[in-house]
Design a protein around this ligand. Structure first.
Ligand SMILES: Cc1cc2nc3c(=O)[nH]c(=O)nc-3n(C[C@H](O)[C@H](O)[C@H](O)COP(=O)(O)OP(=O)(O)OC[C@H]3O[C@@H](n4cnc5c(N)ncnc54)[C@H](O)[C@@H]3O)c2cc1C
Length: 499
């Protein structure tokens, strides 16, 4: 088989890169090792209840915002139905130690009012935070779309100071520090290691609204598949790319172990360190190999997919995500002895589906907590059904503790019945992410993430490990990679016509 471009990985970044290149006239083949496309954002069902894994909500889908423009440009938008959170929708932060509740609204002014209401003695710190986030984002082309993209990308790794230092300079109030640091949960870097610039970019994306999609992440995947189908691009699943073929210093295709597929360009969208096993050692200089191999990773998670009886209180979860967070800057810390005491999120994205009423006797809820690789590492033998009984015992026990904790914290939603659980081993195997790093490599203060270009002509990187994490970050990573492969500023101008 021949193609112009092979995209390895069918997550949101692979689908975006593929759709952009196909629109530009290239013959594209997407290869996915799993049996279904979609990477982290695909859905699964248990007992008829749909569960999202890696997509609960995103920002930047409002009028004039960049993700909306990109999806319009690609013709994805008419194929999906956006579900904007209403104005009283929020992340509801329950402060573990003080019992305070902060409603982190997805609207900059409402957020400021709420913070001022809960922390009336902290007005300068609150204003200082919001202003700095806005200042930083005014220099980011994805938010200030009048700016060209290239100079920003070339200076992207420039740190703008650390998040922890910044927050500590604004306030000593540990609950306020925690509330302001809470977006860290969405990119997986502890505030001590987090760059203020990256934090600002994630936090700011929710200042003008949060959005879900009818049908969850699967609806996004299906819309991309439909677009790719119209362009003649192919998405082939069950194809685990083992090696990238290099001849005379240039990529010529890939080998899946069962077949060779030829192409002059290959885009790898998995964890960037994954390419090291796919090319001969001498292809990259030792410094680049070390850089990819030693990338520091985000933490992992333990996730419970459960069922609760539908009630008025459960209905409130449709637009309110409940968090339990420790005070101070410990939001990403895993309590080693009692991991269920770490930051906890209760959410129910399936409730937002327009057809939810069809199955409303029971609804799906998702419980997520930060997890340490070492919790699961002792059970790292076999895969899937071949995992040991000890692993299943540990997983069930950890899930039961998490459920017990959630039922204590939020006793108004009733009993949670365990249907499935995801552990660091699950995420390691599902996402091909070292140590189950849910957001791939850290985008942090002292880490220089790789860009789209590699030193091997014809080999490109994309995905959450390059530009940014999240559905928005990974989509924009796809835009940057496709742009770098053709003409970045031209593509940027074309996408902006859809703003
Ligand atoms: C539990 C969880 C909750 C999240 N919640 C949100 C949220 O609410 N909002 C949000 O914006 N983001 C969220 N995210 C983050 C978001 O899902 C990811 O940042 C994004 O989906 C990453 O997309 P990607 O394409 O870069 O990577 P992936 O989706 O991981 O795709 C990479 C693909 O490459 C494939 N692959 C790797 N190696 C090979 C190979 N050798 N051959 C073939 N295929 C290969 C993998 O199988 C995978 O399908 C969440 C993530 C997790 C895990």
């Amino acid at each position: 088989m021949n193609a112009d471009v092979i995209v390895i990985g069918s997550g949101i970044s692979g689908l975006t890169t593929a759709a952009l290149l196909a629109k530009a006239g290239r013959k594209v083949v997407v290869l996915e090792r799993h049996g279904r496309p979609g990477g982290a954002i695909k859905r699964f069902t248990r007992q008829g209840i749909p569960f999202d894994i890696g997509f609960h909500y995103t920002g930047c889908l409002g009028d004039g915002e960049i993700l909306r423009a990109l999806w319009k440009y690609l013709d994805v938008l008419p194929r999906i139905s956006l579900l904007p959170f209403p104005s009283d929708g929020c992340d509801c932060l329950h402060m573990k130690e003080s019992g305070k509740i902060v409603r982190a609204f997805f609207d900059r002014d409402l957020l400021q009012c709420e913070l001022e209401r809960v922390f009336p003695d902290e007005l300068p710190g609150i204003k200082g935070y919001l202003q700095r986030v806005e200042e930083i984002c005014s220099t980011v082309p994805f938010y200030n779309t009048d700016l060209p993209l290239t100079p920003f990308l070339r200076g992207f790794s420039r740190p703008d100071g650390g998040l922890a230092t910044f927050l500590s300079s604004l306030t000593d109030d540990e609950d306020l520090q925690s509330a302001l640091a809470s977006p860290s949960f969405l990119y997986g870097v502890p505030p001590e290691a987090a760059s203020l610039a990256v934090h600002a970019m994630v936090a700011y994306s929710y200042f003008s609204g949060a959005y879900s999609i009818d049908g969850g992440g699967q609806a996004i995947v299906d819309a991309f598949l439909s677009v790719l189908n119209t362009t003649g691009a192919q998405v082939l699943c069950g194809r685990d790319v083992r090696s990238i073929i290099v001849k005379n210093g240039h990529v010529t295709g890939v080998d899946t172990g069962e077949e060779e597929i030829r192409a002059s360009d290959v885009v790898f969208t998995g964890h960037p360190s994954g390419v090291l096993n796919m090319v001969p050692d001498e292809i990259f200089r030792p410094a680049y190999r070390h850089r990819l191999r030693d990338l520091k990773n985000t933490g992992s998670m333990f996730v419970v997919f459960g069922a609760v009886e539908y009630s008025e209180k459960v209905r409130e979860l449709t637009w309110v995500n409940r968090y339990s967070v420790p005070g101070g800057l410990n939001i990403m810390d895993v309590n080693r002895e009692h991991p269920e005491e770490s930051t906890l999120l209760l959410t129910a994205p399936g409730l937002r589906d327009k057809d939810f009423a069809l199955s409303e006797a029971t609804s799906g809820v998702i419980l997520m907590r930060a997890a340490d690789w070492n919790e699961a590492a002792p059970f790292d033998q076999g895969r899937g059904p071949r995992r040991s009984p000890a692993y299943r015992e540990w997983k069930d026990e950890a899930a039961a503790k998490l459920i017990e904790k959630a039922e204590q914290l939020w006793d108004d939603i009733g009993k949670i019945r365990l249907l499935a659980a995801g552990t660091p081993l699950t995420f390691r195997d599902e996402l091909a992410a070292p140590m189950g790093a849910v957001y791939g490599p850290q985008h942090s203060l002292d880490q220089h993430n790789p860009g789209a270009r590699t030193r091997l002509p014809g080999l490109w990187l994309s995905g959450q490990g390059t530009l940014m994490t999240g559905v928005m970050g990974s989509s924009l990573a796809g835009l940057v990679t496709a742009g770098e492969m053709n003409d970045l500023e031209f593509l940027w101008q074309e996408v902006k016509k859809c703003l």
